[in-house]
Design a protein around this ligand. Sequence first.
Ligand code: SF4
Ligand code: SF4
Length: 284
Amino acid sequence: MIFENKLDKKYDAWIQWNLTSKCNFDCEYCFGHSTEPNQKISPIKINELLKTLSQSKKIFRIGFTGGEPFLIPNFIEAAKRLTEKHFISLNSHFTSSKVQEFLNVVDKEKVLFIHASLHFDELVNKNLFDRYVSNFNEARNSGFNIYAEAVAYPAALKKINENLQMMKLVNIDFTYAPFFGEINRKNYPESYTELEKSMFGLSDDAIQHHFQKGKFCNAGKNVFAAYSTGKVTPCFQIHETVGNLYSGISLSDDGIFCPAKRCGCPLNYYDTYLFKKSLNNGTK
Ligand code: SF4
Ligand code: SF4
């Protein structure tokens, strides 16, 4: 999701936090989620986290993703406490029974956006489509910045008209985001045909941002990736540890020139506000 911050919410840095690999969905195109029933889900150490953020003297955007963030037992409390000072964004399949509580207790002005991932097959198979729609409408009617996005998985083209119709009937607009991964030895998103791109509404620009080797990126300067243990790295492709959410983070004065051939989560593209800020502030 590209966040352009049109409302000019002021924050200094973004940490995209992969809270857990656990998910109660099992999407065919997912890379890295776990459905292992005995896998432990650790609660967020809220006090330690707030202390680390406060020591850095910055206002943060904490981007919650996973797996499924609502599976974290104290996720709502963490979101509430964080938004007393910082901002959050959320990627979720948005079918949890806890969504209503989240909407009731978390300050919508501090939620930059909710990316309500639209996984058609799982929503239908698990009989959760109505729940998704009702949670989505509750959030939208309560004034949250929410949008729906599905994965442009090539096999989904078979049902594209059916899916468009389903969403039209419930009056929710949605877009497709590029699939990032491999199918039958073909890498995506670079292997989409022109027809597939046109049917999914994918622009070449959206695809090109996954290939930035040698280009400047603000990873490690004002954008970061974090993992369930709290470990913080400049981005999900660069594994050098630059701190831990529960004990301290070192922010670099410089960004980097992208070392990766392919990038599933281009942080410099997904938050244009912080990317521009990184160019205007200090050396690159
Ligand atoms: S909802 Fe997201 S994390 Fe869960 S299986 Fe589907 S793609 Fe993976
Ligand atoms: S891999 Fe992605 S996030 Fe990391 S430096 Fe390259 S473009 Fe930036």
